[in-house]
Design a protein. Structure first.
Lengths: 691, 180
């Protein structure tokens, strides 16, 4: 056999046939197809014994019990806790991503101190020494230290506020929210006792006056469970079709700054029927005269922008319902002017719904263990925006050291308010698990464990229908070199020679559990909340305050036709405290986020007026700031309103959430509201231009 | 044209034979790497007449399959918490794993990938050896063969085997039965 070209070709042909008769072609094809799926970033599901432990969500939205499933001690997923009164087995999309956030790359590894403009990692001992030295020099001064706490229900506030008091200061605030506005109105303007709660379970007609009860207001998951059970009529009044409006029996479009007007127009109709409840209430005559003069049907309709027949229909619904309740709030749950809260609460009083089944339940003041601490209820009456406005304008003495506990004012306060105030504050300290916008601007960053990694409690989240207390043990040891803020501050107090009245956070909680006559093991072992349906007795409620006129004079009339801004919140986009998690990103539609550009919503009428169409890139400008967004045409937004979601425009955090969209808060400016002690948020001078 | 000598294979036949040898003998040796288990283990030594596979490869209380026994369970009941038999393999096991509390990185012959949901307890009516090698009386663990392309064990059960059995027994072959 000669080895020529022909022989070689024949050999190759034979080899090809032979190979085809072996597993090589099929096996290689199969293996290569499997190989293409083996990317290094695909996580492996851990295998091992599973365990389920209760926990307590603390992510900046509402708080309730959840269950965390772990494999070999490592949390892998979270679900609702059927035993917890505010969960009833449900979980919201943000809380469902809590395990993912536990491993977030934006977690902080160790204490960081700013050094020549950049952060330098230091030990906990060094961080304590540094802060102790700063504080020892100002101890006893009224301007020594201030605190902003993003946790409005936890006992950590007892430790932090007791520390602030012991240092000689009384500067302690929660960030602005519907809870703050409601509390301020209830205590400051209406002489109410206890805290306002809503017995939504037993109501048969719910009027949401701006409050997006199924997405951003109050006890979100509980509200959804109540709604899912049915049997009630829900009407939503607000500037856009929120998730509540989308499933309500009726949506009544009302401008974002006209909700208070609608409430007062409804109050006029109640008064006109003579069926309002006035027993034990003061200021009724003054309110009647005011409503006669300002909210007669035509004037009320003009002020609220709602047709007379619709206002009348709604008033009749409230009067005919057996157990109606009005839930005032803002579309995005961001607080602000007292007017809608005053109007909504006055309606509940006039309807005789205070401390009645299915109405407003007045929850007794939260328990307080440490003598020097500030009561949670008192802290909610204070307006942070107003305080920082005073600091920024040089009207209020700034604290020498500002402690910020799991709050993100650099992101969520209007315009550049925080950065202007920050310039007058010599030293800021941020307690946070994540490198958020506020931590990035702080002088000292102290990593705290994520809520899954620490002992945590919560007393009656805003909107609850009765007092409740939840307590949770850690489901995992801290994954980073983090320490709970309460324990660190207790150590700092000892260093400074201050006695706060407790040795440790755990012993404080033990005392609180005993005080409530609750069972530690039931609270932590099964995640069942302690509840108490006692109500705070009310007498001498006021439905009139001369401040109303001042508030109304400052509010814009609905007749003004320039575009208005409505910030709305969808929980899958995160909260002020938690940037949009990777799970949340996946839930966004292509008309919500495209690349790094997010979308605003406006209807065709508004778009036509500005010469805009679907997908156009626009620039929004107000007196406070600017941002860019694409237009999403949506008939679920009322005319002359531009709706912007919160949660976007992050400048810190990680690659998953940073630089996506714009921060709607930057378009807002803050003005102290005369008469209420609160602040109005406005987007004055809003202009839209096509880019 | 020169005449072909009688008995001399033509090039095409030689090529055919070479292809067959390549595909059936050389290819498997090249495709799979052979790896030893980190610890020598004799099933025969640990079995007695009354024992069943599930005595060691048990189900947890929630029904999930525990797989290979943990180091803790080997040390439990006074067996390998200290050296028991004195063999070099056992001494190494006690020293490297039991005393250090370090889990053994066993190479699993038949592990399904993460995109497959497989419940052992749903298949508990089968004899183990119907799907797994019958190693109950073996002195040595089989050599672990890893596919160099996919990284999977050679003994990994493929989807067609699952489907065939499901079809034969009238079980559903719907995608979401296994791919959740």
């Amino acid at each position: 056999m000669a080895l020529d070209r022909r022989a070689i070709l024949k050999f190759i042909a034979g080899g090809a046939v032979g190979t085809a008769l072996t597993p090589i072609p099929l096996k290689l094809t199969d293996d290569i197809s499997i190989w293409t799926q083996n990317w290094p970033w695909i996580p492996n599901i851990p295998k091992g014994p599973e365990s389920i432990r209760p926990s307590l969500v603390k992510m900046g939205a509402t708080e309730y019990g959840i269950r965390v499933t772990s494999v070999e001690g490592n949390p892998i997923t979270a679900s609702g806790n059927p035993d917890h009164a505010l969960s009833q087995g449900g979980i919201d999309p943000l809380a469902a991503s809590c395990v993912q956030m536990l491993y977030s790359p934006s977690r902080i590894d160790s204490p960081l101190v700013r050094d020549n403009g950049a952060f330098r990692s230091v030990s906990w001992a060094r961080a304590g020494e540094l802060l102790g030295n700063k504080l020892s020099g100002v101890k006893g001064r009224a301007d020594s230290v201030g605190c902003i706490s993003g946790d409005s229900t936890g006992s950590v506030n007892e430790v932090l506020s007791a520390f602030v008091s012991a240092m000689g200061s009384d500067t302690y605030y929660f960030p602005p929210s519907d809870a703050v506005s409601q509390s301020r109105v209830w205590h400051g303007l209406m002489s109410g006792r206890g805290d306002v709660g809503y017995d939504l379970e037993n109501a048969d007609f719910i009027l949401c006056l701006g409050a997006d009860i199924l997405e951003s207001w109050g006890t979100l998951v509980r509200n959804q469970k109540i709604f899912a059970r049915g049997g009630k009529e829900v009407v939503y009044a607000g500037p856009l079709q929120t998730h509540t409006a989308a499933v309500a029996d009726r949506w009544i479009p009302v401008g974002p700054d006209a909700l208070g007007h609608l409430g007062l127009a409804l109050a006029y109709h109640l008064r006109a029927t003579g069926r309002e409840h006035t027993a034990g209430t003061s200021g009724v005559q003054e309110l009647r005269r005011f409503l006669e003069a300002e909210y007669a049907p035509n004037a009320g309709s003009k002020a609220s922008g709602v047709a007379q027949n619709v206002v009348r229909w709604l008033a009749e619904k409230l009067l005919l319902a057996e157990r109606p309740v009005v839930v005032p709030g803002t579309v995005g749950g961001i607080g602000g002017s007292a007017l809608p809260f005053f109007a909504g609460t006055a309606l509940n009083i006039l309807l005789g719904r205070i401390n009645r089944k299915g109405g407003v339940r007045c929850i007794p003041r939260p328990p307080q263990i440490l003598d020097r601490a500030h009561n949670l209820s008192d802290i909610r009456d204070r307006d942070l925006g107003r305080y920082l406005h005073g600091v920024a304008e040089g009207e209020t003495e700034p604290p020498q050291v500002l402690l910020i506990n799991e709050a993100n004012p650099a992101y969520s306060l209007p315009g550049d308010l925080f950065s202007r105030a920050r310039k007058r504050i010599p030293f800021t300290v941020s307690f946070t698990p994540f490198m958020d916008e506020t931590a990035a601007a702080s002088d000292l960053v102290l990593p705290v464990p994520f809520f899954l990694e620490r002992l945590e409690d919560s007393f009656t989240p805003f909107g609850s229908g009765s007092a409740n207390y939840s307590l949770a043990s850690p489901v995992i040891s801290p994954l980073r070199n983090a320490r709970p803020a309460a324990d660190f501050v207790l150590g700092l107090s000892r260093q400074l020679g201050l006695d706060l009245g407790t040795d440790s956070f755990r012993s404080l909680l033990k005392t609180k559990v005993r005080y409530l006559d609750a069972d530690w093991d039931v609270l932590t072992g099964r995640g069942i909340a302690w509840t108490d349906r006692t109500t705070a007795y009310q007498s001498g409620l006021r439905v009139w305050s001369s401040s109303i006129r001042q508030m109304l004079n400052a509010a814009r009339p609905a007749a003004e036709r320039s575009p208005r801004l409505a910030l709305y919140t969808e929980i899958n986009s995160g909260t002020d405290r938690i940037a949009i998690p990777p799970f949340g990103l996946k839930t966004l539609l292509e008309n919500e986020l495209q690349g790094d550009t997010f979308f605003l919503r406006m209807n065709r009428h508004t778009a036509r007026q500005h010469g805009l169409g679907q997908g156009d890139l626009v620039k929004l400008t107000t007196e406070a700031g600017t941002l860019q967004a694409k237009v999403n045409l949506d008939e679920g937004v009322m005319s002359d309103v531009v709706a912007i979601p919160t949660g976007f425009g992050r400048t810190a955090w990680d690659k998953f959430s940073r630089g996506k969209g714009g921060n709607g808060y930057e378009l807002l400016s803050l003005e102290p509201e005369e008469g209420s002690g609160l602040s109005r948020l406005s987007a004055a001078g809003l202009r839209i231009s096509k880019v | 044209v020169p005449k072909k000598k009688k008995g001399t294979p033509t090039p095409i036949v030689l090529g055919l034979i070479a292809g067959l040898i390549l595909g059936w003998w050389i290819f498997p040796h090249v495709l799979y790497s052979e790896q030893e288990q980190p610890v020598h283990f004799s099933h025969k030594t640990h079995m007695n007449e009354d024992m069943e596979c599930v005595d060691c490869h048990h189900y947890r209380s929630d029904g999930s399959f525990a797989g290979v026994p943990s180091v803790e369970s080997c040390a439990r009941s006074g067996c390998h918490d200290e050296v028991l038999t004195g063999t070099p393999a056992e001494e190494a096991f006690v020293k490297e794993y039991v005393k250090k509390g370090r889990p053994v990185d066993w190479k699993i012959y038949q592990k399904q990938p993460d995109n497959v949901y497989f419940s052992h307890i749903a298949h508990e009516d089968f004899e183990c050896a119907e799907c797994h090698p019958d190693v109950g009386q073996s002195e040595e663990l089989p050599v672990y063969q890893e596919n160099k392309i996919t990284g999977y064990s050679r003994d990994t059960m493929k989807m067609d085997e699952c489907e065939r059995c499901h079809a034969r027994r009238g079980a559903s072959n719907g995608c979401f039965v296994c791919h959740k």
